[in-house]
Design a protein around this ligand. Structure first.
Ligand SMILES: Nc1ncnc2c1ncn2[C@@H]1O[C@H](COP(=O)(O)OP(=O)(O)OP(=O)(O)O)[C@@H](O)[C@H]1O
Length: 290
């Protein structure tokens, strides 16, 4: 299921407020992409445009070169899982599976039933009577069982407890191994989900500030620790995101390429280079002032 998704100069305004400004990127299929950003950064706005739920104020999303908005064939390639209000939904889980089987050509009923068992969904209950976590598990079930080439989960885990979330992550990885596709997962649970991601997009205040393969992103973030004066000397040439000091020892978190020259200098001075997590990088990259 090879698909190429391109966002070209996406801008979204709600009246005078600009929620997304000039966002462009290309995503290749067979990847699990993490979309992270602080509250109000624009994640849902971006995902709803990627799924053609709404039109960008300007710019365009294409799948394999075809504009997606109001394009039935392109839209059928995408499943968008987001929080849904089921308070007026009298149909049961099983009735929903029947509908999905009738109207969604790729829907895998058998897999949906397996997932319902894994998540212990009460399949004969109307959706409005499921708990919040169960409703999310139902959404996740539909998202996985639809098996569309592009599957988007917008904070789909709301209300799901830790064991249920763990089952969800495991299913994504297993599905990706069985039926590779493009998964896009927006989340606030960065440390919990970072092991899933092949690639990461970070949006901040409506702007795309990072698009990187996970491995190279983690290589770009590193810490340097040691004697204060030596660390300060090395850090003066680096893009320092944060610093900590304890007595005469200082530690700085850096974002940027670690050149051979800097690495040699660090070694000469007896300083220590450490790894930083995606969560730490995300916090520092989106901190006021950075
Ligand atoms: N329908 C709307 N009308 C007006 N403003 C909106 C609308 N939807 C979103 N916004 C604004 O656009 C900005 C981006 O919102 P969006 O929901 O896309 O962010 P988000 O990253 O998904 O946030 P969160 O993580 O809190 O869910 C916010 O400032 C929000 O208040």
């Amino acid at each position: 299921m090879t698909r190429k998704v391109e966002a070209k100069n996406i801008r979204v305004s709600y009246k005078e407020m600009e929620a997304l400004s000039d966002i462009s990127f290309t995503l290749e299929s067979r990847k699990i992409v993490g979309l992270i950003g602080r509250n109000g950064a624009g994640k849902t706005s971006l995902l709803s445009i990627l799924a053609a739920y709404r039109k960008a104020t300007s710019g365009e999303i294409t799948i394999d070169g075809e504009p997606i908005f109001e394009n039935e064939k392109a839209v059928a390639q995408v499943t968008f899982v987001h929080q849904t209000d089921y308070k007026d939904e009298y149909d049961t889980v099983i009735q929903f599976f029947e509908l999905a089987e009738r109207y969604r050509p790729g829907f895998d009923r058998k897999y949906a039933e397996q997932l319902a068992e894994i998540f212990q969904l009460p399949t004969n209950k109307p959706l409005r009577k499921l708990s919040t976590g169960m409703q999310s598990a139902f959404n996740v079930t539909i998202g996985l069982a639809n098996k569309t080439p592009i599957t988007i989960f917008d904070e789909a885990y709301q209300g799901m407890d830790a064991p249920a979330r763990e089952l969800f992550y495991k299913e994504i990885l297993e599905e990706q191994a069985r039926n590779p596709r493009l998964f896009i997962l927006s989340t606030h649970l960065v440390s919990e989900m970072e092991y899933l991601f092949d690639e990461v997009l970070i949006i901040h205040k409506g702007k795309l500030i990072v698009q990187e393969e996970m491995d190279s992103l983690l290589q770009k973030g590193f810490s340097v620790t040691g004697a204060m004066e030596d660390v300060e000397e090395v850090a003066s040439a680096l893009n320092v995101l944060s610093e900590k000091q304890l007595g005469g020892t200082k530690s700085v978190m850096v974002y940027g390429e670690l050149t051979a020259e800097t690495e040699a200098d660090v070694k000469r001075k007896g300083l220590e280079i450490g790894n930083v997590s995606l969560q730490d990088l995300f916090i520092q990259l989106t901190k006021e002032g950075n």
